[in-house]
Write a new protein. Sequence first.
Length: 64
Amino acid sequence: MKKLIEKIQKKPRSFRVMVLWIAVIVTMIIILSIWLILSFSEEAEKDNRHKEDIPSLFETLKGN
């Protein structure tokens, strides 16, 4: 990894800036993916809890 960094440091500035932006974009994609996965799993869990509290149509009709 150290040799890769040294190689990049020797490249022209335009190449280093391009590597920087690619690294930023990849990192943001990873962070957003984790965030979306976690938020959707939490919402699905909330929906399941609410469904347990609300009786189904069959249960409602059976109770009458």
